[in-house]
Ligand binder design. Structure first.
Ligand code: BGC
Length: 245
């Protein structure tokens, strides 16, 4: 089944038509810079533009970089606070399913990527503007975990170890990897996952920093679907909610 997936990120809003049974994009994705300020109406205009570009009127999944419970936005750490309380279906239309960005990426990665067929506790962490998390137990998602906000050295973890911090502070890969390792070590101590999957845009450059990350016996691997995981996971969520394959 083909479903439109849209991934709202800090710098770009990306959309594509997805074959949700195969986990692949059937048409090349369209990326439009995230409007500034990224207020709901401005973002909704871009989402409509993407849907229009693909001549889309069917179900669509949309990711959001905050907690989304029962289709309602509850937090907005890295986007405008006016998002809090917004109901996804009111903003994007009745056929839209809205979910947390890391949860979407995690669902795609568990089905078609690095977490496929993995049982037990698997943790997906996305490193971008913030740090997103998706926790799975025998393949089932525990939604809205928000582990990017645990405290490390008196600070929100994502203020120390997100990819944005690496860029802003011009940290070397090795130095940043040290921060990531400390953070992952904490997550390992809290959750004892058998696998940690590293996602987000920076997963493309895993060879630059993962060699410096050693968690002893805990396996740490880069995401396979890279930047497309959010789009694919969003489309999968919409397909599920519309009861499509
Ligand atoms: C938000 C999460 C989001 C993550 C990645 C965090 O700041 O609180 O909900 O998944 O950033 O975008």
């Amino acid at each position: 089944m083909e479903v439109l997936g849209i991934d709202i990120g800090g710098s770009g809003i990306k959309g594509a038509v997805v074959d949700t049974a195969a986990g692949v994009l059937t048409r090349e994705r369209l990326r439009i810079p995230t409007p500034r300020p990224a207020v709901p109406e401005a973002v909704a205009r871009v989402v409509r533009e993407i849907a229009g570009y693909f001549s889309w009127t069917g179900p669509m999944g949309v990711t959001f970089p905050g907690v989304v419970a029962d289709g309602v936005v509850k937090t907005a750490a890295n986007v405008d606070a006016s998002w809090i309380g917004v109901k996804g279906a009111d903003l994007f239309g009745e056929r839209a399913v809205v979910l947390n960005d890391a949860d979407a990426a995690g669902v795609a990665e568990m089905t078609f990527g690095a977490g496929r067929d993995r049982r037990g506790v698997v943790l997906m962490l996305t490193f971008g503007t913030g740090i997103g998390s998706a926790l799975f137990v025998d393949g089932t998602l525990v939604p809205n975990t928000e582990f990017g906000h645990i405290e490390i050295r008196g600070k929100d973890a994502e203020r120390r170890a997100s990819d944005r911090v690496r860029e802003e502070k011009d940290l070397s890969w090795k130095k940043w990897a040290g921060r990531v390792e400390e953070y992952l070590g904490r997550m390992r101590d809290l959750l004892s996952p058998s696998l940690i999957v590293i996602g987000g845009g920076v997963s493309r450059k895993a060879d630059k920093f993962l060699p410096y990350v050693d968690l002893g016996g805990t396996e740490v691997v880069p995401a396979v679907l890279r930047n497309e995981a959010g789009i694919i996971g969003a489309a999968m969520a919409a397909a599920r909610s519309a009861r499509l394959p």
